[in-house]
Design a protein around this ligand. Sequence first.
Ligand SMILES: Cc1cc2nc3c(=O)[nH]c(=O)nc-3n(C[C@H](O)[C@H](O)[C@H](O)COP(=O)(O)OP(=O)(O)OC[C@H]3O[C@@H](n4cnc5c(N)ncnc54)[C@H](O)[C@@H]3O)c2cc1C
Length: 491
Amino acid sequence: MKDTIVIGSGFAGLAAACYLAKEGKKVLVLEKNESVGGRASFFQAKGFSFDMGPSWYWMPDVFENFFSDFGKKPSDFYTLERLDPGYKVFYGKGDEFEVPASTKELGLLFEELEPGAAVQLEKFLKDAKYKYDRGINDLINKPSLSLMEFANPLLLKDLFALDLLSSIEGLVGRYFKHPKIRKLLEFPSYFLGATPNKIPALYSLMNFADLQLGTWYPIGGMHEIIKAMHRVALDLGVEFHTDTAVEKINIDNGVVTSLDTNQGVFKSKSVVAAADYNFVEQNLIPASYRQYDAAYWDKQILAPSSLIFYLGFNKNIKNLRHHNLFFDKDFKAFGEDIYEQPKWPEEPLFYACVPSKTDQSVSPDGCENVFLLMPVSPDIEGSDDIHTHYLNLMLDRISDFTGEEIKAENIVFKRSFAHQEFKDRYHAFKGNAYGLANTLKQTAIFKPKMMNPKINNLVYAGQLTVPGPGVPPSLISGKLAAELAIKHCKI
Ligand SMILES: Cc1cc2nc3c(=O)[nH]c(=O)nc-3n(C[C@H](O)[C@H](O)[C@H](O)COP(=O)(O)OP(=O)(O)OC[C@H]3O[C@@H](n4cnc5c(N)ncnc54)[C@H](O)[C@@H]3O)c2cc1C
């Protein structure tokens, strides 16, 4: 009998397993896919190595803290490189902006666009740093089971300084007027799953993470972090069963007694459900034990899904950097198509990640590894024809802006991934990519709760619960889940 079974081996599941095992608990991780990593999966084809999900390594302190909890450092497992420039933004043909690693240099570039913007940037980042420090130290590390967790005088005093009630759009507008600067500073909102007018200004902490802490890359790819966490877990004695899908959680008198899987029945004293929360609640748990019903889930505002292409090119694509944002279309109209009137966008913004610009190990010599991602509304119908239309549209814009001719025969490997693949591979609710949008009404105590009062020995973790989507928050969610399991589940 294990102390805990963890369902799912994404960042949340791996972190939960490591922290539980560190406390001497016997832990088994059950993962439905062929390998660990969840949305940070990885595959190889025709000499190319593709990260399937996250590509931005932000908040290096969160990873340092994680590994140091196990007496390790990230450098024990992978080599990090700080990207300089961090990324490139295409505002139009011949109209590009590279974001330097140095904020001083960035200030000078801002100054060319808007007199006084360098000083404004300093002030903006000072405020963003304050939010980052408070957010990471005080807010993100709380399981948010009750409002009382936030009843500390310093935090209450801070509510105004943390800008919970104004939007990131309003905040950026208070500091800067130039549309290019505003687009640049509003961009992290799109990671947070809503338009900048709906994301609390608290999240300018992401600008601090972006511009001050920097954009990093683990040589080999983002999957190196997963490999490192998996190693830590194995060294602590955690057992893993891949290709093992949990099909039912059996509950008797408010206590989980066993899990039915495609590989047989497993028993443990407690369970950390680190698979998509909605799937676990609506499909694995008997109806009488569910905390939320289908109507509740339908009302939740989801972050976008993504149309992704993993492409292998037989030549280099000049004028691209490692991270490239194509912001040459109207943000507002695009936001409408994704969030307000969900449909396939008329004029999409998109992102191109080219890790082979930094790391030749991810593609054969002279070739380019390209990951294209176009945010799309969750839960809309797609088809091969629609996907191909957008691939051609993205390639045409890349070709136009970089001056690099791209012919069909240059693409030697192609794989697409969208709503149906998110559902099939990750049991993703409505095919979401990044969980719930981080709007105020879906923050902290307003998120689906990590514990269900009807079930004594089950804790939820992952991007659909506290603290939210993204690699660092999911990892922290796993840590919080381990703490709750130890405190509440009698293991
Ligand atoms: C395309 C994309 C790009 C992203 N880019 C970034 C980025 O650049 N930076 C960043 O910080 N974040 C990024 N994110 C977000 C980040 O990757 C996620 O928030 C995070 O990885 C979620 O981790 P998780 O552990 O909560 O969930 P998951 O990684 O989804 O893990 C859940 C696991 O549960 C498994 N599972 C599901 N059902 C069952 C079952 N019945 N039985 C057993 N196992 C099951 C799944 O197979 C999966 O492995 C991106 C996400 C996507 C999809």
